[in-house]
Design a protein around this ligand. Structure first.
Ligand SMILES: CC(C)(COP(=O)(O)OP(=O)(O)OC[C@H]1O[C@@H](n2cnc3c(N)ncnc32)[C@H](O)[C@@H]1OP(=O)(O)O)[C@@H](O)C(=O)NCCC(=O)NCCS
Length: 151
């Protein structure tokens, strides 16, 4: 069974242990462990979003992290990471569906930014219904999907 739980004083060290391959770090964050930036942002709530740092458990084992930033009717999905040893087993797809189920009912769309070179990430998001709606100043694709489609 997979579940998304808040990162708290009880499990933050599990979140820090979620690892990314060095060549994929630029796809997900600029620092390691990735949970560091997630927890920092949750403390200061940048970009006007209300940040929620979450840990993905699979049968109780920590396998991934994600930050969800709420802003109006959009939930921005940040720093999606499945730990390198657990990638390619369906956890990433499950994480996105759990995020769609987690958001408050007032949220109608999910948004996320993808580095164009991230083919695995884009394959996942496109299959879930994400479409590109713009480009960030640092050349990431801004993509969005309806919550109802991702569920
Ligand atoms: C991108 C990431 C979150 C996907 O999670 P995952 O658990 O590895 O992926 P899943 O096993 O759920 O597979 C989901 C889809 O991803 C794609 N995918 C997964 N592994 C792949 C691979 N080795 N090659 C090509 N596509 C792949 C497929 O489209 C797959 O769809 P399918 O279920 O129909 O086969 C994960 O690999 C990761 O954390 N990567 C490093 C950090 C990163 O890039 N984060 C995303 C930032 S936007």
């Amino acid at each position: 069974m997979r579940e998304l739980v808040p990162i708290t004083s009880l499990n933050w060290r599990d979140a820090l242990a979620i690892q990314v391959q060095p060549d994929r770090l630029p796809y997900v964050a600029s620092v390691e462990p990735v949970a560091l930036i997630l927890l920092a942002k949750a403390a200061v709530n940048p970009d006007g979003q209300r940040w929620h740092p979450l840990l993905l458990l699979a049968d109780g084992v920590p396998v991934g992290i994600v930050g969800v930033g709420l802003l109006g009717d959009v939930a921005w999905v940040h720093h999606v990471l499945i730990s390198s040893e657990f990638q390619g087993r369906g956890h990433g797809r499950a994480l996105m569906k759990l995020v769609a189920a987690w958001v408050p009912p007032t949220v109608t769309r999910l948004g996320l930014n993808v580095v164009p070179a991230n083919e695995v990430g884009w394959a996942l998001y496109e299959s879930l219904g994400f479409v590109t709606v713009g480009v960030t100043l640092d050349d990431q694709n801004i993509t969005m999907a309806y919550v109802a489609e991702v569920l």
